[in-house]
Design a protein around this ligand. Structure first.
Ligand code: PMP
Length: 427
């Protein structure tokens, strides 16, 4: 087969393209935790579609269900009409996910992306409370449309809006200033003091582990106190579980171990199971005051994604699935701490929770160099944080020991190679 002319992307695709620049090859095939390019080079995937492929690529069980469905001429597109796959998804999600966790939510289908679910959550919170402002947190990332961008911290991304981003107050996330400053005591002072200049907001929106903002994990205690503050002031708590959800931090919802119950939960990325676009907004039942069609979208009824999303939930029926994530997470974190201790020149710190972890380095550009080196050695891994200061490990949850060991070894080899090259430059 002839090979793709890679310059075609430079010629025809917008300058906005980004991941192609970090991973400059043409991918043709993927299975589980592996990807191949057209030259036949094999890569281990520690990126997982930025969290959209938590179950790996082309899961055989989901694929079989999807192929059967397509071959039987099942409905593909249906706006928000009633279809059998949608009924099955709603029922299964309620039975397998919500009920066992003692959670009661109405399920809304916004448009199929993360930013779509965030927009719907912000809009609903404003409608329910009649207030305009939202409290967001430093280094939060919630999407690229104007509402979601207004609660996103990253200056580069915000600038892209081209207009002022309003009706949002940004407060310091857990440990943003340093480990001694109690960021919630600070936040609450603004709410209780009528001279603070901060109005009581409609909602607070947060990620329990910040995916794009630098793999910052809020402590469970911090999350519990946010919930208490929200309750005290009649503020709705929105957890954006678009990236941290669907098992990424070890449990289906990232907030389970903190024992909190958000008023609204945003999910997308891996909720579709197979990498197909799907998003849901979970709404505390008494807050579901939408008028019919008040918030709509053409691609709410992605039936192919309903089929794979339902199939994916069967993983959660077996308790060993979660247990396995927990065990492997420990192994990954121990590895990262080992790297930090063994290579002090890295000036590193291991961060994160579950399969959402990384190493932050104080040396400018080093994390990107490690990721680039890893790619050369057959591992796909991205960076995170306002200065790309973290290299971010995001393996699919289904990865086996062999894949994990191979990936971790490539990371250590890459760290060694990059630090070695740095020494050469300095000396
Ligand atoms: N919220 C979070 C926490 C995210 O990580 C992302 C995407 N990285 C989004 C929202 C936006 O999702 P999408 O790119 O599908 O709009």
């Amino acid at each position: 087969m002839s090979q793709t002319d890679i310059t075609i992307f430079e010629k025809l695709e917008s300058e906005v393209r980004s991941y192609i620049r970090s991973f400059p090859t043409v991918f043709t095939k993927a299975k589980g935790y592996k990807m191949w390019d057209e030259k036949g080079t094999e890569y281990i995937d520690f990126f997982s579609g930025a969290g959209a492929l938590n179950y790996g690529h082309n899961d055989p069980m989901m694929k079989a269900k999807l192929v059967d469905y397509i071959l039987s001429d099942g409905i593909t597109h249906s706006l928000d009409m009633a279809t059998a796959p949608k009924a099955e998804f709603l029922t299964t999600f309620n039975e397998v996910i919500l009920k066992p966790r003692n959670l009661d939510y109405k399920i809304m289908f916004p448009g199929p992306t993360g930013t779509n679910t965030v927009e719907s959550a912000l809009k609903l919170a404003r409608k329910v409370t009649g207030r305009t402002d939202i409290i967001s947190f430093t280094n939060g990332f919630h999407g690229m449309t104007i509402g979601a961008l207004s609660v996103t911290g990253n200056a580069f991304k915000r600038k892209g809006a081209g207009i002022p981003l309003q009706n949002v107050v940004t407060m310091p996330y857990d440990s943003f200033v340093n480990d001694n400053l109690d960021t919630l005591e600070y936040l609450e002072r603004f709410l209780e003091d009528g001279g603070s200049g901060v109005d009581i907001p409609a909602a607070m929106i947060l990620e329990t582990v910040q995916g794009e903002g630098g793999i910052n994990a809020a402590s469970f205690e911090w999350l519990q106190r946010v919930e208490q503050i929200c309750k005290r002031w009649g503020i709705l708590l929105i957890v954006d579980d678009v990236q941290a959800g669907v098992g990424r931090t070890g449990t289906f919802f990232s907030f389970e171990k903190a024992g909190i119950k958000p008023d609204i939960v945003c999910m997308s990325k891996s909720i579709g199971g197979y990498g197909l676009p799907l998003a849901i907004t979970l709404i505390r039942p008494d807050l579901d005051i939408w008028e019919p069609g008040e918030h709509n979208g053409t691609f709410r009824g992605n039936n192919h994604a309903f089929v794979t999303a339902t199939a994916a939930l069967s993983y959660w029926e077996d308790p060993s699935f979660e247990k396995n994530i927990e065990e492997k997470s420990e192994k990954i974190f121990n590895f990262l701490e080992g790297i930090v201790a063994k290579y002090p020149e890295l000036q590193g710190e291991a961060k994160g929770r579950g399969y959402m972890v990384g190493i932050e380095t104080k040396i400018d550009g080093l994390a990107s160099s490690v990721a680039a080196e890893a790619f050369e050695r057959g591992l796909i891994m991205e960076t995170s944080g306002p200065k790309d200061e973290v290299f971010k490990l995001f393996p699919p949850l289904i990865i086996d020991d062999e894949g994990l060991d191979k990936g971790l070894k490539i990371i250590e080899d890459s760290v060694k190679a990059v630090l070695g090259a740095k020494e050469l430059v300095i000396s």
